[in-house]
Design a protein around this ligand. Structure first.
Ligand SMILES: Nc1ncnc2c1ncn2[C@@H]1O[C@H](COP(=O)(O)OP(=O)(O)OP(=O)(O)O)[C@@H](O)[C@H]1O
Length: 582
């Protein structure tokens, strides 16, 4: 069992993904104030230990710390709660609630597709989770069945969305440098594959694919090479599964629109799916059936979608950089995998061979940055919105974490001029702090972030609507939308960060006189010699007794005379040999 920080103990691996391994773990002691959930000793939790490449990448560490407050405050009935984030030495880990149930990918594999009503209701709850996170400015970007866990509860199976923030953490220039990250394309939204700016609409596209897969057993664009799959996302309309009822198909088709602005908001998607579920069920009333048939009218687009920072601002992602839309990224990925097969379960290494092939397939300049910015997938999943993000070049001074995070007390102060994130010159601002934490071999303490300084919380991230807000402009969801179960629990107002005054040194209390052994002579070092002296005396006494009380002296004499006679005999033989005639 391996400790994670001082608070957790890893017990057994639950599964491995492209970004790390999830472990069942146990709480050793109550976590500190920096954790969202302190936990109790002995409590079981799930811990995602991020891959070493991620943990060693200063950009990822920076994002990890910067997004800490975002991840920890995301609480919803259908979101797996992140309890704590651990940064220790070379280890980055997310501590989550342990969900006792399979993920949707496994469930589908073992049980086959869902009935249309069940598919609609499961996806409606996923949309609830998205609505809550989007209203907080957080986009998941990696929606896929493996990231939806089915919690067994008294009310039945409850879908819970997990891996929030992981896609964004992994979306690092450092990973581009290591060239290890590519992915499967089954869940990638067209704008993400093309390296265009992304919004919360990428999650709606992912939800559309999820709904399609739940109802039919496979995603709409699957099979063939990775390149083909991405091309299909970009240019092909999904085929309607024969058994899919009209209203459900209307919802799927709207979610899978190529133009993000034509997709519905998460709130309207959840609402529409519930209307569909009650209208296509066996016991539906004529009114419910009619409402389901008119579902198109419920699918209102999001007038102010949450934007994903730093996307589409760089080199144009996989599509543009590969010289031929996504060819470079896709072919690079495909070449790294088994040729020609876009098995979504494959994690495809971006090998030099892959790059070479990408050049050929793309018919243009292969840009490793673009190709490797295509997100990885594993275990049968595709990437929801990771493909071809080439926007890393857009990080400027604003991306400097020192501008949004107060310094860690005790760590060296950041340089006066922050170097570019991931830039080749000078240490990364967080490197010195990480090093200090490593040297101290303790869990990095992160100060609470003033929400007004939190770039992910600031509303500027939300795209301004094109015109004046129309009358139907999105308002914060009404309280009844979230209901009791969906409201975040009341949290104490975030503490403002205030620099602490240097700690005043209290005069040390006088030391208790040291307890010494009861050695009246106080001879230094006698303590360790005492045993030896005692043993020597004991041996001497024993030797004297043995000499005087046993026939040992007699044996000694006999032995002596025996050796003397042997010696005489040997001498005599020697003399005889010497005196023998030559
Ligand atoms: N909180 C949790 N409780 C219980 N099991 C979990 C939890 N989180 C993840 N798992 C399980 O761990 C396995 C691996 O999860 P992980 O998120 O690493 O997979 P993934 O989504 O395929 O990876 P990635 O998103 O990094 O590509 C999954 O099969 C999932 O069922």
């Amino acid at each position: 069992m391996r400790p994670v920080g001082s608070k957790y103990l890893l017990e057994e691996p639950l599964g491995r993904g492209a970004t790390g391994t999830v472990w069942r773990a146990r709480q050793r002691e109550t976590a500190g104030a920096e954790a969202a959930v302190a936990g109790q000793p002995g409590e079981t939790v799930a811990i995602k230990v991020l891959k070493e490449e991620l943990a060693n990448d200063p950009d990822v560490v920076m994002r990890f710390l910067r997004e800490r407050s975002v991840l920890l405050r995301l609480t919803h009935h259908n979101i797996v709660r992140t309890r704590d984030l651990v940064v220790e030495g070379d280890l980055l880990a997310l501590v989550m609630d342990l969900i006792d149930g399979p993920d949707l990918h496994r469930y589908l594999r073992e049980n086959g597709p869902f009935a249309p009503v069940a598919a609609a209701l499961v996806t409606a709850q996923v949309a609830d989770a998205l609505a809550a996170s989007h209203s907080d400015g957080v986009v998941h970007r990696d929606l896929k069945p493996a990231n939806v866990l089915l919690a067994n509860g008294p009310e039945g199976m409850r879908p819970m969305l997990t891996d929030f923030g992981i896609a964004r953490l992994a979306d690092s220039p450092g990973l581009t440098r290591t060239q290890e990250f590519v992915g499967t394309p089954s869940y990638v939204a067209p704008e993400a594959a093309q390296g265009q700016p992304q919004t919360s609409a990428v999650d709606i596209y992912g939800a559309g694919i999820l709904l399609y897969e739940l109802a039919s057993g496979q995603p709409p664009f699957a099979g063939g090479s990775a390149l083909e799959v991405i091309h299909r996302h970009l240019g092909e309309e999904p085929a309607r599964p024969p058994s899919m009822p009209d209203p459900l198909w209307t919802v799927v088709e709207r979610c899978l629109r190529k133009r993000p602005e034509e997709r519905p908001s998460a709130v309207s998607l959840a609402n529409a799916l519930r209307t569909v579920a009650s209208g296509i069920g066996a016991g539906a009333t004529p009114e419910q059936a009619a409402a389901a048939m008119g579902v198109a009218g419920l699918l209102a687009p999001d007038p102010a979608p949450a934007s994903v920072p730093e996307t589409g601002t760089g080199q144009g992602g996989a599509a543009a950089a590969a010289g031929g839309a996504v060819a470079g990224a896709a072919a690079g990925a495909a070449a790294g995998a088994v040729a020609g097969s876009a098995d979504p379960t494959q994690v495809m290494p971006n090998s030099p061979a892959a790059q070479a092939q990408a050049q050929g397939a793309g018919g243009g300049q292969y840009d490793p940055n673009a190709a490797t910015s295509y997100m990885p997938q594993s275990a049968g999943q595709g990437s929801g919105g990771q493909g071809g993000q080439g926007g890393q070049g857009g990080q400027g001074p604003n991306a400097d974490p020192t501008q949004v995070m107060p310094p860690v007390p005790g760590a060296p102060p950041p340089p006066a001029q922050s170097p570019d994130v991931g830039g080749p010159d000078g240490p990364h601002p967080w490197e010195s702090q990480m090093r200090a934490a490593r040297d101290r071999n303790e869990q990095t303490q992160v100060q609470p972030l003033d929400p007004s300084m939190d770039p992910l919380r600031r509303r500027p991230h939300r795209q301004a609507p094109p015109q004046q807000p129309p009358p139907g402009r999105r308002q914060p969801p009404p309280p009844e939308y979230y209901g009791q179960q969906q409201r975040r629990p009341a949290q104490p107002p975030p503490r403002r960060y205030e620099p602490e005054p240097p700690p005043r040194r209290e005069p040390r209390p006088p030391r208790e006189p040291r307890q010494r052994s009861a050695n009246p002579m106080r001879i230094p070092g006698l303590g360790c010699l005492k045993g030896c002296l005692f043993m020597i005396v004991l041996l001497v006494v024993a030797a004297v007794l043995v000499w005087n009380l046993t026939p040992l002296p007699e044996w000694w004499e006999q032995g002596k005379s025996f050796w003397e006679s042997v010696q005489n005999t040997v001498d005599k033989i020697g003399n005889l040999i010497d005196s023998a005639p030559q």
